[in-house]
Design a binder for this molecule. Structure first.
Ligand SMILES: [Fe+2]
Ligand SMILES: [Fe+2]
Length: 357
């Protein structure tokens, strides 16, 4: 995606998304770099000498950085193979694959831990390979970044990643075609779908999986429990619900809402975030929701947006309490800075669109 960033935040290797021209304050020369130019440290040093508010760069999606090359391919195969399991004949293969997974997960969690101030943009969660893979991986990515925000230990993060990757493994036991039904489920069908939680727990209860920890298994069992006790399969409430399950619940719902379903199109990102925010302390643990709001970034810093007032603006700062209401400056008047969350005069102004500029 195209991002507007101040020059001191630019790292070598990024490419320019727009031409740059200006006057070097020291030499008085015109300096011009063309769109597509890959910036070196020398370029960046030079740009520092220009009186620029910022520059437009192409930024690769976060998750493609998290899941590049081998990791992504390995993870894809792993999920594919996990998806193929569910019958006893596959269980030993499954066990082997879980062992293979530990090194992949280690890399994955290390990458997340290494990154400061990690926020997930919408593009970073866009996995085109297939719906199933997209849901599984985006649930895992969101879960793990929430866990980091909550200060979870690395061993626990590894377990949580595994639980998130296999949270819907029980779907394998559902009748063929039920999940792809191109219409809303009947009440009876919904009751059958609910059994994927206990089926998942049952699959993982096989002796071949004794190496998988109990928190992983109970995370899979309880990912549809809800904080107010309205979930399934056991109607647990509050902290009776294991922490892994409380985290996966938020990630799972966000991932599901923002994807197309056979019977409805995807929610807007802002609608999905509002849904999660509106259900803090109801369906979801408010502490987990607060962490989610800090790491999700529908309007990343530097992105161009349209406001309900009709003006175009650039996001200059996030408000961690509400990612839908960032601080922006107007494109036509960069001195006009508006805090859409704290500034009472602008309570009626909202971001309506992310612009592709
Ligand atoms: Fe599920
Ligand atoms: Fe799910």
């Amino acid at each position: 995606m195209i991002k507007f960033v101040s020059v001191d935040r630019v790292k070598p290797g990024v490419t320019l998304a727009k031409d740059i021209y200006g006057v070097d304050t020291f030499t008085g020369k015109i300096v011009m770099l063309k769109v597509g130019q890959k910036l070196t440290m020398a370029h960046i040093t030079k740009l520092m000498g220009l009186d620029l508010q910022g520059i437009y760069i192409n930024e690769p999606p976060v998750a493609s950085e998290l899941l590049t090359g081998d990791t992504k391919t390995e993870l894809f195969h792993l999920i594919d193979e996990l998806e193929a399991t569910g019958t006893p004949a596959f269980l030993s293969l499954y066990k082997e694959k879980i062992e293979d997974a530990s090194s992949i997960l280690n890399d994955f969690v290390d990458t997340v831990l290494r990154r400061d101030d990690l926020r997930l943009s919408m593009e970073s969660l866009d996995f085109h390979e297939n719906l199933r893979y997209a849901h599984t991986v985006s649930t895992a990515v969101i879960s793990i970044v929430i866990a980091k925000e909550l200060g979870m230990s690395k061993p626990d993060m590894l377990d949580l990643t595994l639980a998130a990757l296999i949270h819907d493994i029980g779907d394998k036991k559902l009748p063929d075609g039920l999940l792809d039904k191109p219409a809303r489920l009947t009440e009876d069908e919904y009751e059958i779908v609910k059994t994927h939680t206990t089926h998942g727990y049952g699959i993982l209860g096989h002796e071949d999986f004794s190496a998988i920890s109990e928190p992983v298994k109970s995370g899979v069992l309880s990912h549809h429990e809800r904080f107010d006790g309205s979930g399934y399969p056991n109607g647990l409430g509050g902290e009776e619900i294991p922490l892994f399950a409380r985290i996966i619940a938020v990630a799972d719902v966000y991932s599901a809402l923002t994807a197309d379903r056979p019977y409805r199109s995807a929610y807007q990102v802002s609608e999905a975030i509002e849904y999660i925010m509106g259900n803090a302390d109801r369906q979801f643990d408010a502490i987990v929701v607060a962490a989610f709001l800090k790491i999700i970034s529908p309007y990343p810093i530097g992105s161009c947006v349209r406001l309900s007032s009709g003006e175009r603006a650039v996001v200059s700062k996030q408000n961690p309490e509400n990612p839908l209401r960032p601080v922006v400056f107007l494109m036509d008047d960069p001195t006009a800075v508006i805090d859409l969350y704290h500034d009472k005069c602008f309570y009626n102004v909202v971001v309506t669109d992310l612009l592709d500029e």
